[in-house]
Design a protein around this ligand. Structure first.
Ligand code: B12
Length: 453
């Protein structure tokens, strides 16, 4: 017996640009063949959740799966939260069908119990979405779903744990799916995941909670073929979604080699960690098509890097910056101002060093969003500040002193003095308008390279 599964990608945020819902590809890969799957991508289908009721009527799903990507923008100066949007979507589904609802996705994996309760969902899959196949199997065979590892069930008290999926991981990409067409028309960026997991332990970060602290590297040869498939489908840029592409240097080089072997000629990029890499590393990747490097640098002061528990020092940031620039790559740095240990002196140091970074764009985010399961959460809770009691229903950032928070933003803006390549936050609606306009004129890719000075 097969089940009819309706998957809904709920994310409608289009800053900094619309992001292809690659998680859904993996879930489809795990469910087919065996089940009949239909997908609604609310971003691609015009953003109006009423499309859900229509599709439920025509498709008649046995179960509805929701992919929850963003809890909020995690950006204190462009704060936007999405819980209310998710509630509206759930209401719409419940009006149209009695089919059970299962939640998954990165936002869900950060706040599993909270989302289960707030959205009154039937099931939840923490971590790898491939596990949905196991839940469906159990439901079909009337098995005991309450005992399933990594699956939350309404009404059953269970510690939400992301149990790593050890079964096969298979991406189902189909260029003819409606949503693929949308992303091809709006920036033409398609995504590729080369591994799961992040071995670093940055103080604020949720990545190890979402896809594990150990790296699970995918076979470079099949990644090379997939990259070529994305190119043949019309992609003009491949974004590598890994938490840190160079966290496994050898694997990243093998992936780049596989791109070359499959004649991938479109540009590509992703997140990098400015830690020790061989001197010719960036040049080798550049020779194989890498164009955009986004460094998760966070701070340019050794004191702050240490309190943020970053796996590198300022010296390595500067080295990586130079090597990437020498390889003629487009370079961006993401900084998080105002985390634990930040003060006027460390901020000044970071800005002095930011001044010295040439040919780059710097994205300044202010204050750290507090997520459960991170060290920052424990630090904040130890401060006994009631503002930190509920970090789910509101977007809560570390440090609540308004004077200091304003000072940080003002200091950076004054120092920036109108520079084009120092961007505060993710840009908000202004960025949205500019990027959409450029995409409609035929520009492709992430576009931040236009800001490099
Ligand atoms: C790459 C990335 C980016 C890139 C994306 C580029 C691109 N072309 O896609 C960039 C830099 C642009 C970006 C931007 C933003 N990002 Co981002 N990003 C990531 C990152 C590192 C990987 C996301 C990814 O694609 N993973 C690979 C796929 C395969 O995994 P997945 O989607 O999670 O799917 C798996 C499971 O979740 C599950 N699953 C997914 N759907 C479903 C559905 C069902 C039914 C089930 C059962 C399971 C399931 O199965 C999948 C396979 O295992 C994550 C961190 C992380 N490690 O997850 C943050 C992350 C997703 N980003 C986050 C945020 C906040 C943002 C921004 C809002 C930041 C900002 N203010 O600019 C924007 C929003 C962009 C947008 N338009 O939505 C947050 C979201 C959670 C939160 N805090 O709200 C994360 C989790 C990081 C964090 N801070 O914790 N991001």
């Amino acid at each position: 017996m097969t089940m009819k599964v309706l998957l809904i990608a709920t994310n409608r945020l289009i800053t900094p640009y619309p992001v292809y819902p690659i998680g859904i590809d993996y879930v489809i890969g795990a469910l087919t063949p065996g089940h009949t799957v239909d997908v609604i991508d609310l971003c691609a289908e015009g953003g109006d959740p009423r499309v859900i009721a229509d599709r439920i009527r025509t498709f008649g799903p046995d179960i509805v799966g929701l992919s929850l990507r963003n809890v909020d923008t995690s950006d204190s100066i462009n704060a936007q939260a999405f819980l209310d949007q998710y509630k509206d979507i759930i209401a719409m589904i419940k009006q149209a069908t009695d089919a059970p609802i299962v939640l998954g996705g990165s936002a869900f994996s950060i706040f599993p119990e909270q989302f289960m309760r707030a959205l009154d969902a039937d099931y939840g899959i923490v971590g790898d979405g491939e596990r949905l196949a196991v839940l469906l199997d159990a439901l079909e065979h009337n098995g005991d779903v309450s005992a399933l590892q990594g699956v939350l069930v309404k009404g059953i008290n269970k510690k939400p744990e992301a149990i790593l999926w050890t079964g096969p991981i298979k991406r189902s990409f189909d260029k003819d799916r409606l949503y693929a067409g949308y992303y091809l028309k709006n920036g033409a960026i398609l995504n590729l995941q080369t591994k799961r997991g992040c071995p670093f332990q940055c103080v604020y970060c949720t990545y190890p909670l979402i896809d594990g602290a150990n790296m699970r590297c995918f076979d470079p040869a099949s990644l090379g073929r997939m990259a070529r498939e994305l190119q043949d489908a019309g992609a003009k840029f491949i974004y590598i979604t890994d938490s840190s592409f160079n966290a496994d240097v050898n694997h990243s080089l093998a992936v780049a080699d596989a791109f070359a072997k499959n004649h991938v000629s479109i540009p590509w990029g992703g997140f990098f960690t400015p830690r020790h890499v061989p001197e010719d590393y960036y040049q080798r990747l550049a020779d194989r098509g890498l164009t955009h490097v986004e460094f998760g640098t966070d701070a340019l002061s050794d004191t702050t890097l240490q309190t943020y528990h970053k796996p590198f020092k300022l010296r390595q940031v500067l080295e990586n910056h130079r090597m990437a620039n020498d390889a003629r790559l487009f370079v961006a740095h993401y900084l998080i101002i105002g985390g634990p240990g930040e003060n006027e002196d460390t901020l000044r140091e970071t800005l002095d060093n930011a001044d010295k970074l040439d040919k780059t764009v710097i994205f300044f985010f202010f204050r750290m969003r507090i997520y459960p399961g991170t060290e920052l959460y424990d630090i904040a809770r130890a401060e006994d500040n009631p503002a930190y009691n509920d970090v789910f229903s509101r977007q809560v950032f570390y440090r609540t002193d308004p004077l200091w928070n304003d000072t940080m933003v003002r200091t950076v803006r004054e120092r920036s003095n109108g520079r084009m390549n120092w961007i505060t936050g993710s840009g908000g609606e202004n960025m949205e308008t500019v990027v959409s306009r450029m995409y409609s004129k035929g520009y492709t890719g992430p576009l931040w390279e236009k800001l490099i000075r």
